[in-house]
Design a protein around this ligand. Sequence first.
Ligand SMILES: [Zn+2]
Length: 77
Amino acid sequence: MTDDDVVYVADGCDRYHESRECQGLSHARAVEERALSSLSDGFTLCELCSGTYQVGLSDGPFVTARLLEELDPDDIG
Ligand SMILES: [Zn+2]
């Protein structure tokens, strides 16, 4: 990934997404397209996009449950 990658930021959030289709953006009122290099240091990569946390995969339920134990729900999206 380069500094010029386009990422997606939900309005009012300090989390960015690599995929516009990310579930973390599904409830966002507005989504801004930004250059990754333009984001301030306060921004963190979405855990869905980074692969740390995954939802809706066919091998999902117990994988998701395991990850949920490690993840604060407030941390998503
Ligand atoms: Zn995401």
